[in-house]
Design a protein around this ligand. Structure first.
Ligand code: 13P
Length: 252
């Protein structure tokens, strides 16, 4: 079975509600005729509701950028998985490197959030990736292995089939430095092999996205790689035209 291609825009802390609605309004039309790809946008919490409404009836799906592990309670500033489900959110990004770097996210908290997301029926996009110094010191595979083993602790093979992995080399995020298609493919292959050793044959069905300075000019050659099944896009997802062009080039 061929794997699905999933291309998701991570808007990070960008876009007012008005801007978010405008972007999705434009994007819907631009990608309506593009087949064989799942298109996801991940706005800020304040825009989620409006974006779910704006995307209704189109092929654009909506994701959040984080979720808390508890069902409810004294967790000031947090949002639960059921709260996201209630408004029609389908996906959630977990363990993005910015959350690891600036907000103390660890593999253990990613794992807790992941379990809560799965229980609520959200589709998690679990981010992994090495820092520049890891790559330069030959530690990339060790870093990824630790993130995968610990982030995916106690997950069953059945659950793994519903989890998307996003490989985002931290040195390629927002820097304009993309991993070459060959370099990215080699790492994606390593991730799939690791998933196979942890979960068995289901690894062949797991969607592994690439993230880090992906744009219309390079999405085609990246997604053409055997083990690259889409992308998690920052900057190029902030305008409907550039995001749509990236999506079209990725699948044509
Ligand atoms: P850029 O596409 O801006 O490099 O960001 C990638 C990213 O962090 C997506 O989650």
């Amino acid at each position: 079975m061929a794997r699905k291609i999933i291309i998701a825009g991570n808007w990070k802390m960008n876009k007012t509600i008005a801007e978010a609605k405008e972007l999705v309004g434009e994007l819907k039309g631009l990608v309506a005729a593009v087949d064989a790809v799942e298109v996801v946008v991940c706005p800020t919490f304040t825009s989620l509701n409006a974006v779910v409404e704006a995307a209704a009836g189109s092929k654009v799906k909506v994701g959040a950028q984080n979720v808390h592990w508890a069902e409810s309670g004294a967790f000031t500033g947090e949002i639960s998985a059921d709260m996201l489900k209630e408004i029609g959110v389908e996906y959630v990004i977990l363990g993005h490197s910015e959350r690891r770097q600036y907000f103390g996210e660890t593999d253990a908290t990613v794992n807790q959030r992941l379990k809560a997301a799965l229980t609520a029926g959200l589709k998690p996009i679990v981010c992994v990736g090495e820092m520049l110094e890891d790559r330069e010191s030959g530690m990339t595979e060790q870093v990824l292995l630790t993130q995968l083993e610990n982030g995916l602790t106690d997950i069953t093979a059945e659950q793994m089939a519903n989890i998307v992995i996003a490989y985002e080399p931290v040195w390629a995020i927002g820097t304009g430095k993309t991993a070459t298609p060959e370099m990215a493919e080699e790492t994606h292959r390593y991730i799939r092999c690791t998933l196979k050793s942890l979960f068995g044959e289901v690894a062949e069905d797991v969607v592994i996205q690439y993230g880090g300075s992906m744009k219309a000019a390079n999405s085609g050659e990246l997604v053409a790689q055997k083990n690259i099944d889409g992308g998690l896009i920052g900057g190029a997802a902030l305008e409907a035209e550039s995001f749509a062009a990236l999506i079209k080039n990725a699948v044509n």
